[in-house]
Design a protein around this ligand. Structure first.
Ligand code: ATP
Length: 135
């Protein structure tokens, strides 16, 4: 089976590097499935999961937005934050979700705080879903 190299990189360093058979994820423009030999592409990513298929197994990575760059032999994901499913601290994500929920229910908040809380909530929900493989 042909493979494509995948690198997931954050400001804290590399999170994942491997050769896989298929990469699928959600770009702002919609779902993307990338096989070896894919045409070059750059796309902004949503907060979501990156699914990596190899040898009949699927590895999940939670990505907090970023940029996807595809070349025929390589996929690079530059993300502000990214965690492989097994590295996700579920308690921390639950606490972050709780905090964001509280902020969203407070009255008389500024728009910027509201948007920030919404994004924090999305990141927490995404981490919980990836850690439970509900993607
Ligand atoms: P928190 O409020 O818990 O910090 P956050 O969504 O604001 O959550 P980020 O700013 O997205 O956190 O990430 C900061 C750093 O902490 C990143 O390196 C990210 O990978 C890591 N991180 C955040 N939440 C978790 C988690 N639940 N499990 C493992 N790593 C996490």
């Amino acid at each position: 089976m042909k493979t494509i190299k995948v690198n997931v990189v954050t400001p804290n360093g590399p999170v994942f590097e491997s050769d896989v058979e298929m990469v699928s994820t959600k770009a702002l423009s919609g779902e993307l499935g990338i096989l070896p030999g894919h045409i070059p592409l750059v796309a902004p990513l949503e907060i979501g999961a990156v699914r990596l298929k190899k040898d009949g197994k699927t590895e999940l990575i939670a990505v907090s937005g970023g940029l996807l760059e595809v070349r025929p032999d390589q996929v690079t994901i530059l993300a502000q934050a990214a965690e492989v499913a097994t590295d996700i601290d579920v308690e921390r994500a639950l606490r972050a979700k709780e905090r964001a929920d509280q902020r969203l229910h407070e009255k008389s908040q500024e728009d910027t705080d509201f948007k920030r809380a919404q994004l924090a909530l999305q990141r927490a929900i995404n981490r919980l879903a990836v850690s439970e493989r509900r993607m």
